[in-house]
Structures are given as structure tokens and as C-alpha cells.
Ligand binder design. Structure first.
Ligand code: GAF
Length: 400
């Protein structure tokens, strides 16, 4: 049945209880503070957060939960323990580089946030921390931003500090740039910090202003389908896309993509490389599609939202070239079910090259759609996808 196909995760209270218990088992004392930070899904506006564009994400009901307490006074390092990966990172309280062997890959995100927090001038005590996550790892749902934002929230709790929310999101983005080497935009960290139940957020990535776009369950379900593939490319594709966008903008002679229209792209076509022309076409089109989608949702014009989602996917696949056959297949399967089967729209979400699609579907046909996606995707690829639905979730917070 589709109930079995639908991937069920622990609820936030269940995750909190388990992480609290682990803290007690590992450190022999209850945690003093527990925090949660969500992953995100982006409805539309892809690869334009670093191009002064608009994005329309929401935080999802999948979280990193961290439990911490002050370490014994003789300790000069903090210990972070990942429950599901059964690995530890011992980190200087100010995040200063530790060239220790066996430091797990996830430690760079924590370390980057420790360093950014220390730079704000708040001295940090050594901490005993453990954490776990229901955000699928490497699935394009911001598992790393959730880890960064959870760490920043834990440090706020541990020091009794409240950072300005923008400052907090930007500190986490900087951690990703400087410690993970990914020149990401602001969408993921802003989503995890600013999420609100019942709302998508239209984020203007130029001004960093947020406009709430109400999105409540009025017969429409947001379905996330994880292709469960992650193409191991050489890792430089994201940075390469960014620099192609930057060089295209320079050749077009504008300082912001917000001042560029498709006519400008066409009139500079001879000066652009093939990829620069394609990237520019995506950026200009996607900025327009995202503002139109936000308006259409607010006005309840869901058919238009669906058309914009398909157009976004096609542009990411053909012009921005960040999709892959598995994501294209999931979108095509949803598109084939179409209106008649209650599907409103579907597209890849996040950075691409694997990961997830986001689909809007009429609630009463969601189970049938899941069934179709799982069966056909598995028979064509040999891989089982995972499907789950989410309402917009609240952003990072201290758990009482
Ligand atoms: C990744 C990045 F981290 C975001 O900033 C954004 O660029 C996204 O890819 C693509 O829209 O998640």
C-alpha cells in the first residue's frame, strides 16, 4: 500500500527524546540545552540565490536536534558526537583548526560555526554535545545548513546570547564557504533560521527581505521524492556554475541580474560562450518565474504555479544543466500523471545532480501518485525512491 511506500520519519518530539537519552548515556548527565534546526525544500527559484534573485523555500518537518551541556571545567575542547554516524569531533571552543586524524567530514560545518561565533566576541565554554538528524543526508534538503544552524542555536543557548537572525544565517553561510569550501548562496541557512509554520518565504536575495506567502493545507500536498542517487561529480560544478553566471553578467555589462532581461542576453549572445548564454537564460527566466509563482500562490492560481514549476525544471535540466536522468524521470512520471491525476507541478529542488524533486499534488490523489512514482522509478532505475510530505515548519529554536 502507499502507506508502506511513504517514508515515515521520527517526529520532532521523538527525535528530541532520543537525542536527550543519548546525551545522558554518553556523558552520564542530562543535557542542559536542546535545540532543533530544520532542513528546507525550495518550491521554485533555483540557482538564483547567488544571482541576486528570489527564492521561494520553506523549512520542512525534518530536523537536526542537538543536546548539549557544559563540559567538565578541566576540558579545553568541545566534543560533538553524531549518533547515527557514530563518530566524534573534538574541537577547540573557538573552532580554531585542529589537524587531527579521523575527524569526520561533518565536523567542518560545526567547526566553521564555532569559529564564526567566537568572532562575534562571545567566549564559549567547552561543551559535551550529541546530535542526530531526520534530514536525509546529501539529498538536496539542506542537511548541512541544518547542522550549521543547529550548532549556532546551541551556542546561543550555551552562552545565553541571541544573535540577530540575519547575522546568524550569514554566520552559518560563511562557515559553509570557509570551512566546507562550497560558495553557496543564502537560501538554505535563511530557510532554516526564518522558517514559519504555514508559510513559504519569498526571499529577495539582493535585499535579504522576506515576504511571507501563506501556504496551508487547503487540499494541496507538498510531496518530496528522494531519487536516492547522488552523482559523484568532481565537486566543482556548483562553483563552476557560479563563475559562469558571474562572467556572463560582466559581459552583459550589468552589475545585477535584476537589471537584465532576455533581450539583453540575446543582444550579447555573440560575446557569451555557449554555457554562459544558457546559464544567463536560466537566471533571467527563473527570477521572473519565481516572482510570478509567489503571486500565483497568493492568488490561489495553482495551475499557473504548476506550469512555472515544470518550466523551472526544464530550464535547470536544459540550460543550467544541473539535473540528471533520475530527476528528469521523476518529474516526467509526475507530469504524465498530470492534471487528471491531481498533479499540479513538479521539479527538481536544491543544488541538483541527484537529490530530490518537489511536487504539488491534490491531497486526495497523493497516495496514488506516490504509488506510481515508486513503482515506475524503481522498475526503470533499480533504485527505490523515498517519498514524504511536509507542511512548512518553524525555523531553528531552543526546545523547552
Ligand atoms: C545549494 C546552495 F547551498 C544554495 O545556496 C542554492 O544555491 C541551491 O543549491 C540551488 O538553488 O543548496
Amino acid at each position: 500500500s502507499s502507506d508502506e511506500l511513504h517514508t515515515v520519519a521520527e517526529t520532532l518530539p521523538q527525535l528530541v527524546t532520543r537525542v536527550r537519552q543519548s546525551h545522558e548515556e554518553i556523558y552520564g548527565k542530562p543535557p542542559e540545552f536542546v535545540v532543533a534546526a530544520p532542513g528546507r525544500v525550495n518550491l521554485i527559484g533555483e540557482h538564483i540565490d547567488y544571482n541576486d534573485g528570489f527564492v521561494l523555500p520553506m523549512a520542512i518537518e525534518r530536523y537536526v536536534v542537538m543536546a548539549g551541556s557544559r563540559a567538565d571545567a578541566k576540558h579545553v575542547q568541545s566534543r560533538f558526537h553524531s549518533i547515527s554516524m557514530d563518530s566524534d569531533a573534538f574541537l577547540a571552543t573557538d573552532g580554531s583548526p585542529l589537524d587531527l586524524p579521523d575527524t569526520p567530514g561533518w565536523a567542518c560545518y560545526v567547526q566553521g560555526v564555532l569559529a564564526g561565533f567566537a568572532a562575534t566576541g562571545h567566549p564559549l565554554p567547552a561543551l559535551d554535545v550529541c546530535f542526530d538528524s531526520t534530514v536525509p543526508l546529501g539529498g538536496g534538503l539542506s542537511s548541512s545548513a541544518a547542522l550549521e544552524v543547529a550548532t549556532a542555536t546551541l551556542l546561543e543557548a550555551a552562552t545565553g546570547t541571541t544573535l540577530d537572525l540575519r547575522q546568524k544565517a550569514l554566520l552559518c553561510q560563511k562557515a559553509e564557504h570557509d570551512f566546507a569550501g562550497v560558495p553557496c548562496g543564502i537560501m538554505d541557512q535563511f530557510s532554516s533560521v526564518f522558517g514559519n509554520a504555514g508559510e513559504l518565504m519569498l526571499l529577495d536575495c539582493r535585499s535579504q527581505d522576506i515576504t511571507a506567502v501563506p501556504f496551508t493545507d487547503d487540499g494541496v500536498t507538498l510531496l518530496i521524492t528522494n531519487s536516492n542517487v547522488k552523482h559523484e561529480l568532481n565537486g566543482g560544478e556548483y562553483a563552476e556554475r557560479r563563475s559562469q553566471c558571474d562572467s556572463a553578467l560582466k559581459k552583459i555589462g550589468k552589475s545585477s541580474w535584476r537589471d537584465v532581461c532576455q533581450d539583453d542576453v540575446e543582444s550579447h549572445r555573440d560575446h557569451l560562450t555557449g554555457p554562459e548564454y544558457q546559464r544567463a537564460t536560466h537566471v533571467v527566466g527563473e527570477i521572473d518565474r519565481t516572482t510570478r509563482a509567489a503571486e500565483a500562490i497568493s492568488a490561489g492560481r495553482m495551475d499557473e504555479v504548476g506550469e512555472l514549476m515544470y518550466a523551472s525544471h526544464d530550464s535547470l535540466s536544459n540550460d543550467f544543466e544541473v539535473s540528471c536522468s533520475e530527476l528528469d524521470l521523476l518529474v516526467d512520471l509526475a507530469r504524465n500523471v498530470g492534471d487528471a491525476g491531481g498533479v499540479i507541478g513538479s521539479r527538481m529542488t536544491g543544488g541538483g545532480f541527484g537529490g530530490c524533486t518537489v511536487t504539488l499534488v491534490k491531497t486526495d490523489t497523493a497516495a496514488a501518485l506516490i504509488d506510481t512514482l515508486v513503482k515506475n522509478y524503481e522498475s526503470e532505475t533499480g533504485v527505490k525512491p523515498s517519498c514524504f510530505t511536509s507542511c512548512p515548519a518553524p525555523g531553528a529554536h531552543i526546545v523547552k
